[in-house]
Design a protein. Structure first.
Length: 476
């Protein structure tokens, strides 16, 4: 069906130049979708959208009709309308792409970077969408959400196809699955990294969170391979996964079996067994997460027909994942900046660091405001388990009182004598570096690649990496 004919079911008599939720991004010929969010209501920006050239406006509270050349479409469920409209606008390209979806509580970002590296090494031009950035060749597109809303996501994917990148490694969040931001997409393969409690401020229950994650199984094209981390207890026993027609497993037991592992502050090496043969992997990244996430990516590439040798080579080429176990050194002091911001991610990060040669472990961390507060004491408990000195500070407090967030974290810490409370994150990092002695490892957790703090409803420039480098330079 011709594109313009497809648009008729959406009340449109033209092919949109774009679909936008942000009135500032409107170009002549765009459709503006007025979505009511947590802090802003798109209906308040309809006039601005029209001034900027919107040819149509859709919303749940608009008066339908055509006025002054602008079409107004009233719809009972604007998200469904938006997702479906976006897919139909870009479907000609989307249907031809090889999309690989990675979901799980932790590890999505690193895994898509490994996939990106593997496919490009194999001369299969691959783009990437995710938490850190959206990447098409050398074009870096800023990321706001782990999985963008459908109009933005499909625009990026369509551009990827137009530029010759017909494969894409994608982070798929539970929010995007529940909200159907990936409406219409079919995946050529997927990976489940792990599942632990997170986003309990958004999901009604742990069952709702898990069931949202499992929706990705219905998005697989022709029973495409689904790679499962069998060392994760919730994934190993999940009935929906057990019933899925094409699973490939990895972990301490599985189709791809991890054997010997060695970690340093700058790299990781391991051996795995596949079909009775042994393969060695030498990564340029460190941490147990790098072992698991690289092997999940290798398993998916092999399941899609790539040789093990090529997949391993591709994983070994990855130099860095921004804000994931990112190490900076001054003399014999090592600082590791990492995005870990859940109890499970913190525990795994710290357990990896514990395996490295060190004197003391100093951990700087906080928790996000206006988010799941049930995990805060659990984060404190996880950090206390492996740290010699805990420095509890602000993360992104948003509209919450940062002191209240710190109070919640401290409820999980039994020995407050080994804990320092410094609300100002800059001062907390400075205190950690100044307190460190030869052989110590400092972990700065929670923000990773982020170059901002969210204070109230505003973003203020702040980078953990920049702060560490500034303090190190002062001490030279």
């Amino acid at each position: 069906m011709h594109l313009q004919n497809r648009m008729k079911k959406y009340g449109l008599d033209f092919s949109p130049a774009s679909i936008e939720m942000d009135s500032r991004k409107i170009i002549p010929g765009s459709v503006f979708v007025a979505v009511k969010g947590r802090f802003y209501d798109g209906h308040d920006y309809i006039s601005q959208a029209i001034e900027n050239g919107a040819k149509a406006v859709a919303g749940e509270m608009v008066y339908p009709g055509k006025r002054k050349g602008v079409i107004f479409v009233k719809t009972p469920k604007i998200s469904e309308y938006m997702n479906s409209l976006a897919y139909d606008l870009y479907r000609a390209n989307l249907e031809k792409m090889d999309l690989f979806g990675v979901t799980g509580t932790n590890g999505k970002t690193s895994t898509v970077y490994f996939l990106h590296s593997i496919f490009n090494h194999a001369a299969q031009k691959c783009s990437l969408t995710g938490t850190v950035e959206n990447l098409i060749g050398k074009e870096h597109i800023p990321s706001v959400n782990t999985t963008p809303f459908a109009p933005e996501l499909f625009k990026i994917l369509s551009r990827s196809f137009d530029l010759g990148f017909h494969t894409c490694a994608m982070e798929i969040s539970s929010h995007s699955l529940k909200e159907d931001r990936i409406h219409g997409l079919e995946f050529s393969g997927g990976i489940f990294t792990n599942i632990t409690a997170d986003h309990m401020d958004y999901h009604e229950s742990m069952d709702d969170y898990i069931n949202s994650k499992m929706l990705i199984l219905s998005k697989m094209r022709n029973s495409a391979p689904m790679i499962i981390n069998m060392d994760d207890p919730l994934l190993a026993k999940n009935e929906m996964i057990k019933k899925y027609a094409n699973t490939v497993t990895f972990g301490q037991k599985g189709d791809f079996t991890i054997k010997e592992t060695s970690l340093s502050s700058s790299n990781a090496s391991y051996t795995f067994i596949y079909q009775t043969k042994s393969y060695d992997v030498e990564l340029k990244l460190s941490g147990s997460f790098a072992v698991y996430n690289s092997l999940g990516a290798i398993a998916l590439a092999v399941a899609k027909g790539m040789s093990v040798k090529t997949a391993v080579e591709g994983a070994e080429k990855l130099e860095m994942v921004p804000g994931r176990f990112q190490a900076i050194r001054m003399g014999n002091i090592t600082v590791i900046v990492d995005y870990a911001h859940t109890p499970d991610a913190l525990e795994k990060l710290l357990a990896s660091v514990k395996q490295l040669q060190h004197e003391s472990i100093i951990t700087v961390f906080g928790a996000g405001g206006d988010r799941d507060n049930s995990k805060r004491p659990l984060m404190g408990k996880a950090v206390e388990k492996f740290s010699d000195l805990l420095i509890v500070t602000s993360d992104n407090p948003r509209t919450e009182d940062p002191e209240h967030i710190i109070d919640d974290i401290l409820k999980g810490i039994s020995d407050t004598a080994a804990c320092k409370r410094i609300t100002d994150r800059r001062e907390a990092i400075r205190y950690a570096v100044k307190s460190a002695k030869e052989g110590d490892i400092i972990i700065i957790a929670g923000k990773g690649h982020e170059d901002y703090q969210i204070l109230g409803n505003k973003k203020v420039h702040f980078s953990d990496l920049e702060e560490v480098k500034r303090i190190f330079n002062e001490n030279k």
